[in-house]
Write a protein that binds this ligand. Structure first.
Ligand code: SIN
Length: 486
């Protein structure tokens, strides 16, 4: 089995499959560069005796604004407790108080049910833990700095992948009985974003071009509170900070969320992001204040050590007031999959942010994503394990997807042209397909991106760098076309 992507979804799929199958895990960077690694909040799962999967289900459905697939939500909320229990049994340490799991609260949840680790470093802790499991498993061959370029499809079946080896600098074809994409989302196409620069939708674009169905691409989630400070990156300030009681204040010092939603600052994320956007427009300001002055200072530092440390680099104190603004955070839609992670293309599976199980609806409930990675990757592994051992399929004739253009230098092109195009794409997306959209703005954005795609099309067959930039513009086009249709 080939797995592409070294975040939690890819790692967990690999780990579970390694007991019965030979697995190759490819990651375009190192395993520590995944988006999972940077997740702060945690994992939503029912573990408390006064909470039930049914209530987790209801909260997920409400956050999804009427567009969730009920069966996908039922599977997640019923299987999440066992998924985190299995992880704890393997040795993963979640934060606890007096021998009981410490449970956090985030937007849209009516119960404290977010398990966390290292305070605000859940993604890092769980990724490190799973990386160790994967490295210790004998059935997994690991390839870092190996990038997916194209899927190999024969008679309607995905039977392999073209991979670019970034160190040896060559293309190679690999074959497998099943290919699992765990390549993450596309929110880093936007500027600003809370995501690391690897979340550019490459896997999604490649699957779409191979014929896989994608859905709900218009639903990009904007996190309400990313640091907004000149000279600083758009660093995520976890929703768990509001879960501990932080207020959102407008320039008049008013808690504007009170009266706009019964959960005030802890309303579902799309509601909070839209209200912040409207306050920023009303006052013509670029940020809104996140205030923690009224909270216990020492408790805040203990609960959020990573955010505290990061803010100190910019002379800010988390226990006071932080300038924040919404930033692109999560790709809700993706490659359409069934409850076993199977896409519309035989032999191809998808899991994690690149996939759309339908459980997120129009807006993901906070901290449902890491747990989705666990639940659905385990299901994919069980499904693939249960498949009969069929002979491998090889294509009858095969051509490398990229034939290098004589004298063309990928690095120079990326430096001189590619970076500018990506910066421009980030701005187009935020302005034309941002938090609040109009047909007119979408139309303008779409026209520009479509023009760029036709300019890049020919060179994309001759250069890896151009192909990547092309792929990313294609994802932007999918987002805007889908938004227009919606
Ligand atoms: C956060 O910590 O606010 C992000 C958690 C999530 O995206 O679910």
């Amino acid at each position: 089995v080939i797995i592409i992507g070294g975040g939690l979804a890819g790692l967990n799929t690999a780990y579970h499959l390694s007991k019965g199958r030979r697995v190759a895990l490819f990651s375009s960077a190192t395993l520590e560069d995944s988006n999972s690694y940077f997740a702060q909040g945690g994992m939503a799962a029912v573990t408390a005796s006064d909470d039930t999967p049914r209530e987790h289900y209801e909260d997920t459905m409400v956050a999804g604004a009427g567009l969730c697939d009920p069966e996908a939500v039922r599977v997640l909320t019923e299987e999440a407790p066992k998924a985190v229990e299995d992880l704890a049994q393997l040795g993963m340490q979640f934060d606890s108080i007096d021998g009981h799991l410490a449970l956090g609260l985030e937007g849209g949840h009516h119960h404290h049910r977010i398990l966390h680790a290292g305070g605000d470093a859940t993604g890092r802790e769980v990724s490190r833990f799973m990386i160790a499991q994967v490295k210790g498993a004998s059935g997994i061959k690991l390839f870092e700095h190996h990038t997916l370029i194209e899927l190999i499809v024969e008679k309607g079946r995905c039977c392999g992948v073209w991979i670019w080896d970034g160190e040896a600098k060559h293309l190679e074809a690999y074959y497998a009985q099943a290919v699992v994409l765990a390549t993450g989302g596309a929110a880093a196409l936007y500027r600003p974003t809370t995501n690391p620069p690897t979340a550019l939708g490459d896997g999604l674009s490649i699957a779409y071009q191979a014929g896989a169905v994608v859905r709900d691409m218009e639903f990009i989630q904007f996190h309400p509170t990313a640091l907004h400070l000149k000279g600083a990156p758009s660093y995520l300030i976890s929703e768990a900070v509001r879960g501990e009681g932080a207020y959102l204040l407008n320039p008049d010092g008013e808690r504007f969320m009170v009266g706009r939603h019964p959960l005030a600052e802890l309303a579902p994320r799309d509601v909070v992001a839209r209200e912040i956007y409207s306050e920023m427009q009303r006052y013509d300001v670029a940020s809104i204040t996140l205030s923690l002055r009224h909270l216990d200072r020492e408790k805040i530092y203990r609960r959020f050590p990573t955010i505290t440390e990061e803010l100190r680099k910019y002379g800010l104190d988390l226990a006071t007031e932080i300038p924040t603004a919404p930033a692109a955070h999560y790709t809700v839609g993706g490659i359409r999959v069934d409850l076993n992670g199977h896409t519309s293309l035989r032999g191809l599976y998808a899991v994690g942010e690149v996939a759309s199980t339908g459980l997120m609806g129009a807006n993901r409930l906070a901290s449902n994503s890491l747990v989705e990675c666990l639940v659905y990757s385990t299901r994919i592994a069980h499904h693939i394990e249960g498949l009969p051992d069929t002979p491998m399929v090889y294509p009858t004739a095969i051509q490398p997807p990229i034939c290098p253009h004589e004298g063309f230098d990928d690095e120079v092109w990326m430096e001189e042209k590619g970076r500018k195009l990506m910066k421009r794409l980030g701005k187009i997306l935020m302005k034309r397909a941002g938090i609040v959209r109009s047909a007119k703005r979408l139309g303008k954005g779409l026209a520009e991106v479509t023009e760029r795609l036709s300019e890049l099309e020919v060179l994309a067959k001759e250069s890896i760098a151009v192909r990547e930039v092309y792929n990313r513009h294609l994802v932007a086009q999918l987002i805007m076309v889908s938004a227009e249709l919606r």
